[in-house]
Design a protein around this ligand. Structure first.
Ligand SMILES: Nc1nc2c(ncn2[C@@H]2O[C@H](COP(=O)(O)OP(=O)(O)O)[C@@H](O)[C@H]2O)c(=O)[nH]1
Ligand SMILES: [Mg+2]
Length: 253
């Protein structure tokens, strides 16, 4: 079933502001990342490749931006991967977040709208024990006071009725977990949800605006402009994952 994959985790090093994109595989993280750069040529990762072959953390140092953009590997939902590989990747992402959270001024959590109902439905209707992973990541960001913008991408795949329905369910699940949606544009708030489509460019302008606004508060004198990248050797994800892990309630502990 699951097969061995190579991961190549290059952890960013030093203190420098970072914008991070996180989400399942194939939801559009890399496509969105490219649109957020001054020129797509700065993006060195892959877009639209079959999910779950090589998993890496892509660090983009766009000379026109006063922050790094980090395209994190996809977590979960990679059918080609074994559960242990998935867990390994989740752990690597968490490790990165723990290491770098002081530098992350904004997280973009990308969710594919057309898959959301399925994910939430599993938990909501089938009484599955496991909390949807996206919800758990949101809880993690809130607990760690990392500002988060939830991007509901691929809105072009649904009609208006379906989109409203999905959003309503999503907001209901969030409120069941006592997660409040604020407006990121107002100061203290840390969570906002926005519809987006790479195909129709819906939401892209607003996302850029929110990033620009967040980045404008950065106090660059607190950061080290010479921060380097620490390159770690490729890791065999399958062999590094713990065997026989039972599925527990939480993914992230
Ligand atoms: N219809 C549609 N397809 C999209 C959208 N965003 C991304 N895709 C496609 O989804 C696939 C995965 O995109 P990618 O950016 O590589 O996802 P990642 O794995 O999250 O980085 C590619 O084939 C994209 O062209 C969108 O908004 N609408
Ligand atoms: Mg990608």
């Amino acid at each position: 079933m699951g097969r061995t994959i190579k991961t190549n985790f290059s952890y960013p090093r030093g203190n420098f502001p970072r914008l991070c994109l996180i989400g399942n595989s194939n939801v559009g993280k890399s496509s969105i990342t490219k649109l957020l750069l001054s020129h797509p040529k700065w993006y060195k990762g892959k877009v639209g490749k079959t999910a779950g072959s090589t998993v890496r953390l892509t660090i983009i140092n766009d000379p026109k931006l006063n922050y790094h953009v980090i395209d994190l590997p996809g977590f979960g939902r990679m059918t080609k991967l074994s559960r242990t590989s998935e867990e390994f990747i989740q752990n690597q992402i968490l490790k990165y977040l723990r290491l770098d959270k002081k530098n992350i001024f904004l997280i973009l959590l990308v969710i594919a709208m057309d898959r959301l109902k399925d994910e939430l439905g599993k938990w909501y209707f089938k009484n599955e024990e496991t909390i949807p992973l996206s919800i758990e990541f949101i809880q993690y960001f809130i607990q760690n006071e990392i500002p988060c913008l939830v991007i509901l991408n691929k809105s072009d795949k649904l009609n208006k009725y379906q989109r409203d329905d999905i959003k309503k369910t999503f907001l209901r699940v969030l409120s069941d977990f006592d997660i409040e949606i604020d407006d990121l544009k107002s100061k203290q708030s840390i969570l906002d949800v926005i519809d987006c489509s790479i195909r129709t460019k819906q939401g892209i302008k607003e996302i850029k605006q929110i990033i620009k606004e967040s980045a404008s508060h950065l106090q660059l004198e607190n950061f080290d402009p010479r921060s380097e990248l620490l390159n770690l050797p490729p890791i065999d994800a399958k062999n590094k994952g713990k065997k026989g892990d039972k599925r527990t309630k939480s993914h992230l502990t």
